[in-house]
Design a protein around this ligand. Structure first.
Ligand SMILES: Nc1ncnc2c1ncn2[C@@H]1O[C@H](COP(=O)(O)OP(=O)(O)OP(=O)(O)O)[C@@H](O)[C@H]1O
Ligand SMILES: Nc1ncnc2c1ncn2[C@@H]1O[C@H](COP(=O)(O)OP(=O)(O)OP(=O)(O)O)[C@@H](O)[C@H]1O
Ligand SMILES: [Mg+2]
Ligand SMILES: [Mg+2]
Lengths: 258, 258
């Protein structure tokens, strides 16, 4: 079971969109994939049409309660794709965790307590909120690697510098295994010089870490959530479906999975 | 001195872009405008090219230290436009505030302590981080009104429901004057049915609160920050400049300012 934190404190860069669609692309290749909604906004949960009435136990119960992972992870409409849904109660977790001993290890501890019912997950993707608070730190502490969606715009580079500071601290003090698995450019519009300049800058600073695959701006990706579908069910021939399929191939190739 | 919180916990919807350009448009009309960067990401500060070397006292010093507003508010390159810059130290404030008595009133208290040197500000716009944590609550507690930038995409409506819950609690318990001054649609692409559906939905739910002015998607708005300029210096004839000019007119008309 490999754990990836999908993280960037900059808002609106494609974290949730990447979690759903990369997750779905991996499930389509026969892997068993668990998505964890670690954002109190619960966009990932809404995207997969987990109507709040259906949601019994949430990420909050996993983190702060006694609910085992097997009870909280629910199947989605996509074969092989499971979700730990979140709700507004998760907003409270950040404050409640603040005074707990070992507050950074709560998620790691719960995911590792997986019993034989949940040990079958191949990949876990954790959708993070747009911040570097305790929920995001929990994700980085539990993760084998971080995947950073990035929008090729001005604020991206400043954000990366800040993110790396935090990742290095987590690696030093909480999770020595943590590595930056990849940066993926999302919402690529490619029409402005700015996008190309930022991409070059990222390539210069991060080299191989930057995925070759770029997720192009594609209105179908923005529409799919309102239909409660992943891009593969909503618009299988779209650029969005192609790009996330290509990202999944590259993601697995980096793992050495043929 | 009227205080407006520019707020939406959904990330990447145009909060910083609106704070800078609405602020600049108001300053161009002869008003004295103070922008407060309340986001540890410090995008607003970077946009106005406040090189970190120039930044001596920050929003953190204002909130947590003893620095009076007059010492922290700095002039920008734009006449009549001032900025309280932020830096990474602000990330600590959220945790430090958690155990303080009256923790929600820190910003309100500092802005109200304004002496004759700062009493001349007509408008204060506070750029909020993408969350509803203590920094955002401080902004809502200090504010006369909230301005909510909104992207006409699927997650917008779910976000608004959550936002209103929090605004109502702040109004009930901390700031009875608080009102929702306006919702402004940003990054309008208008090409997808989805955008129109969301806009209709918002109109239905919020009526007059929704600004007539819509900020269209315009690459010049995304480029201006890399030049350290507002849209009016960077591309005065662009859609972006027109739209933020129109927003400023509507913003003032709502105040009854001729
Ligand atoms: N490649 C793309 N093309 C077009 N629209 C996209 C693309 N990726 C994401 N979007 C849309 O852009 C918006 C922001 O994306 P998303 O919500 O996934 O970002 P996020 O980083 O998870 O945001 P937050 O910081 O609020 O968690 C959403 O409305 C989404 O549907
Ligand atoms: N109308 C617009 N047209 C084109 N690009 C825009 C527009 N408004 C904002 N942008 C760009 O979109 C990105 C997100 O905008 P911005 O950073 O202002 O949002 P935000 O809500 O402040 O984000 P955060 O939640 O991270 O604070 C930025 O790169 C910005 O330059
Ligand atoms: Mg998200
Ligand atoms: Mg911002």
């Amino acid at each position: 079971m490999r754990i990836t934190a999908v993280i960037n404190q900059k808002g609106g860069v494609g974290k949730t969109t990447t979690t759903v669609n990369l997750g779905a692309a991996l499930a389509r290749k026969g892997l068993r994939v668990l998505l964890v909604d670690l954002d109190p906004q619960a966009n990932l949960t809404a995207h997969l049409m987990m109507d709040h009435a259906q949601v019994r136990t949430t990420t909050y119960d996993l983190l702060m309660g006694d609910a085992p992972l097997a009870d909280v992870a629910r199947p989605t409409a996509i074969e092989g794709l499971f979700l730990v849904p979140s709700a507004g109660d998760l907003a409270g977790a950040e404050v409640e965790l603040a005074n707990e001993i070992g507050r950074e290890y709560f998620l790691k501890d719960r995911l590792q307590k997986a019993d034989e019912r949940t040990a079958v997950f191949d990949e876990v993707l954790v959708d993070c909120p747009p911040s570097l608070g305790l929920l995001a730190i929990n994700a980085l502490t539990a993760a084998d690697e971080a995947l950073v969606p990035l929008q090729a715009e001005f604020f991206a580079l400043q954000g990366m510098a800040r993110y790396l500071e935090v990742q290095n601290l987590v690696k030093e003090r909480l999770n020595p295994n943590l590595r930056l698995g990849g940066i993926v450019i999302c919402m690529w519009k490619g029409q402005a010089n700015l996008s190309h300049e930022v991409r070059e800058e990222v390539k210069k600073s991060f080299g191989e870490v930057l995925f070759e695959t770029v997720i192009r701006q594609n209105v179908k990706l923005a529409e799919a959530p309102s239909a409660g579908k992943t891009i593969f069910e909503y618009a299988a021939d779209s650029n969005g479906a192609q790009d996330y399929e290509a990202l999944a191939d590259e993601f697995l190739a980096r793992r050495g999975v043929p």
